[in-house]
Design a protein around this ligand. Structure first.
Ligand code: CA
Length: 347
């Protein structure tokens, strides 16, 4: 037994996990009933969040399906960082084998990392991305998406449609007259989606012209705000708008409501149809795509995220290298694993 503990320590050292390394053994096959079960302490920023709910469900599913025994201890911070700090203390006192942290405020993650490090428990951050230095400070890792990728996929989706349907160039000038509906200025996802959607369409050879003189239309992720703005845009530019990018599906649905009330986008095969492309693949977004009102969306794959979290946490809890025996790779930044977005169209 002593030998095993030395072995685990030695492996932790070799893997650079010292500090956040495994101290409890718990390796599968270790003698002694309790240690056969890996205990995951999971801190969720808010249970009541659509995307995070899918990740949470996937973590439960993959933990159950795992070939090692996993016990989850999941905590809901209800959007309150102070509450999450207390929950972390409780999980550390319970001596869990690994901490999975969906930080309420990624800017406060250093405090969480420091506590994990002091307790020598591996820290895996997910979805809400702390600064690189936070992971480096505790030998932790971040599992999430790449902010630019959703926008890049939106650009690809438009370029694919544009290439296939010359009639989408309504005025036949070889230029795509477009609009972008933006979440909040300064929000990293909103900024990246706004920039990269257009950038990628251009990289694919499209000539792009924003018809709104003020650039992106800020609608704060909200359906009603997007609808009001699109109504105003249509009043001034009816027949001139050839494509619409939206940072999320909720805003795309507002754009579509405005288009529908002007007789547009009621039917995919009608000539009064312009591509509207969102992000999220919400239930309502997918329904609009299947009904022929919306062109496409980009899905943040919660199931794939949950699978990655369970596999990587299992390794960490066993004192192994994060990606050992998995299909995942550490990204170029050295502290993260990126889960790809998935394009979704009607086909
Ligand atoms: Ca045109």
């Amino acid at each position: 037994m002593k030998k095993m503990i030395y072995y685990v320590l030695a492996v932790s050292l070799m893997l650079g996990l010292y500090g956040c390394g495994n101290r409890t053994g718990g390796e599968n096959g270790t003698a002694g009933g309790e240690q056969d079960t890996l205990r995951f302490g999971v801190l969720i920023y808010k249970f009541d969040d659509t995307y995070i709910s899918t990740v949470r469900q996937a973590i439960q599913d993959y933990a159950e399906k795992s070939n090692v025994s996993i016990k989850l201890d999941m905590q809901d911070a209800q959007g309150d960082q102070a509450k999450q700090n207390d929950q972390l203390d409780v999980l550390i006192n319970k001596n869990v084998d690994v901490l999975l942290i969906n930080a309420v405020d990624a800017g406060s993650a250093q405090g969480l990392a420091d506590k994990a490090k002091a307790a020598q428990i591996p820290a895996i951050f997910f979805n809400r991305e702390p600064d690189k230095s936070v992971m480096e400070s505790c030998g932790g890792i971040f599992i999430g998406t790449t902010a630019s990728e959703a926008g890049t996929m939106q650009g690809d989706l438009l370029a694919d449609l544009w290439g296939k349907n010359p009639a989408l160039d309504l005025n036949g000038d070889g230029v795509c007259q477009y609009l972008v509906f933006k979440g909040e200025p300064g929000n990293p996802e909103a900024e990246a989606r706004t920039t990269y959607s257009v950038k990628q369409a251009e990289a694919r050879g499209m000539k792009m012209e924003n018809i709104n003189a003020g650039g992106a239309l800020v609608s704060n992720w909200a359906t009603d705000q997007a609808q009001t703005q699109m109504e105003a845009m249509l009043a001034a530019n009816k027949g001139k708008i050839e494509a619409v990018f939206c940072n999320n599906d909720d805003m795309a649905l507002g754009v579509i409501a405005a288009l529908n009330s002007e007789g547009y986008n009621l039917d995919r095969n009608s000539e009064n149809w312009i591509p509207v492309i969102g992000v999220d693949a919400t239930e309502a977004g997918v329904a609009a795509i299947n009904a022929g009102k919306m062109a496409a969306t980009v899905k943040q794959d919660g199931d794939a995220m949950g699978k990655a979290i369970v596999e990587i946490a299992t390794n960490a809890a066993q004192g192994k290298d994060y990606t050992e025996g998995t299909d995942y790779e550490i990204a170029a930044d050295g502290v993260s694993i990126r889960i790809p977005y998935v394009p979704f169209t009607a086909e």
